[in-house]
Design a protein around this ligand. Sequence first.
Ligand SMILES: [Zn+2]
Ligand SMILES: [Zn+2]
Length: 441
Amino acid sequence: MNTISGELLAQVTVEAIEHRRDLHRHPELGWTEFRTASRAAAMLTSAGWQVQAGDPICELDARMGVPDEEELAEAWRYAGENGGDPHWMDLMRGGSTAVVATLDTGRPGPVTALRFDMDALPIDEATQEGHRPAREGFRSRKPGVMHACGHDAHTAIGVAVGRVLSELRSSLSGTIRIILQPAEEGTRGAASIVAAGVLDDVDYFLCPHVGAESLRLGSVIPGATGFLATEKLDLTFSGTAAHAGLSPESGQNALIAAAHAVLGLHGISRHSGGNSRVNVGTLVAGAGRNIIPPNASLKFEVRGDNNAVLGYLSAQAQRVTEGAAKMAGVSASLERVGHAPSAASHPALVERVASLAQSTQGITSVDEPVMATASDDATAMMERVSERGGQACYLFVGTPVGDGHHTPTFDIEERCIGIGIELLSRVVLDIAGDVDRQSPA
Ligand SMILES: [Zn+2]
Ligand SMILES: [Zn+2]
């Protein structure tokens, strides 16, 4: 029987909405998702999945932008005191908060993987009555941290899909893998999971996002394409302090280097191979009015239509850094703290998702694939799957989003959660469901 019972879907959807609200109350920033990840690992284990967490599926050296010890320790403490699962948390010490759950059906067939991201953002959530999480009591309990991109819904959908597929196990073939990814914001987390080999044998890969390019409940967009490749960089200049009146000539001015760097970075030429973006987002420098500034640090990012444009931008950024340091006689260090390649969805899998979406409850419009204008490091996984001849599909599940992603009033229409669960479960069932056809005769 290759159908999913309406009763089962209704039940897991109710629980998924509860789960989403719980995660919304307890948001966790990238690499500190101890509570979120450990509880999800426990839930998937009790749903009958084989679960791995931490170092074996999260290559430590490939993690980018990991918070300092103090922040990790504080998040660890919070998770421990607020219902984190101690067994699973123990495997995530030091911030290896990835979870991979596997359902091995024991029958030959394709490897199908789904990716859900778990991290929140450094935003103070809105308190006004008009904001539903505030009104209904599931606003963030952590000042300055908020699920403002919908990754709480993603995690809840992922666990719920796990429960549905586990019920359908006897109708499935091959291997199904659910990947719960840390640190998507800042495109810091996917690379470590790719480096650990988790995507190496994947034939079909699906990655959903609520909202973003699809802002109407009931609409879905199977097949985002043209994600901007991006690199996030931290640049630090170190010079020498000196008295600004007595001996300014003995100082080495890091602020001047940073100022040259800002203009140099924004002055990087366009590229004929595609669109590009450059943004210096923060600049912090200096020690006091009458001191030659000995220190300066910048956070910036570059984005490009394709990997060639991105490669050009990052090479130019390196030259600007060296030039600016040389002009001011200071030293510079440029650290890559985030990266995502460009990637495209596979037309055949897009078509498959679109045709299943047509007949999914609650979906009223199936829209054409879009050119994404943001970045998501799921592209690192899509790239690996495509390189090996597998098929990848990124899809948007429609929902209004308050005043937008990454704002203090971001919220979703929770009915999109049930739509996501049903659609993804049906896609996996379509790929892995024909046991008779796929078993050897
Ligand atoms: Zn986001
Ligand atoms: Zn997001």
